[in-house]
Design a protein around this ligand. Structure first.
Ligand code: AMP
Ligand code: ZN
Length: 111
């Protein structure tokens, strides 16, 4: 997706504070952290949102879940963390490339 900012980050056309990358996934620090640790984990495949995902993406989504836990541990969040996915305009989604928020390390937003 040419205009998608997260696709641009994956391609290196926009800067990011990368914390992880493999063939399928990319993770980086959120530019406006809502908690002491606030990472974004994205598939390299452009999927607009969780609502646009289907059975073909089941393995990829499972991989992202397990990666979220691994990244949280790597960032010292042994005592817990929050994962959030905003879906669609009414779900508070602003960037339409599926992403998981990983939040922790102190005071985190409720809900
Ligand atoms: P949402 O779509 O509501 O899950 O929110 C998108 C998230 O992406 C917000 O938390 C933004 O702070 C974050 N964000 C937007 N642009 C960038 C960027 N260039 N680098 C890192 N994080 C970003
Ligand atoms: Zn994208």
């Amino acid at each position: 997706m040419d205009d998608c900012i997260f696709c641009k980050i994956i391609r290196g056309e926009l800067p990011s504070k990368k914390v992880y990358e493999d063939d399928d996934a990319y993770a980086f620090h959120d530019i406006h952290p809502a908690a002491p640790v606030h990472l974004l984990l994205i598939p390299k495949l452009h999927i607009d949102s969780l609502a646009a995902a289907d059975e073909r993406h089941a393995g990829l989504l499972g991989k992202l879940m397990l990666l979220a836990s691994k990244l949280a541990k790597q960032h010292g969040l042994e005592s817990g963390f929050k994962t959030t996915i905003h879906t669609g305009r009414d779900g508070g989604q602003v960037v339409f490339h599926l992403h998981l928020h990983i939040l922790g390390g102190g005071k985190i937003p409720t809900l």
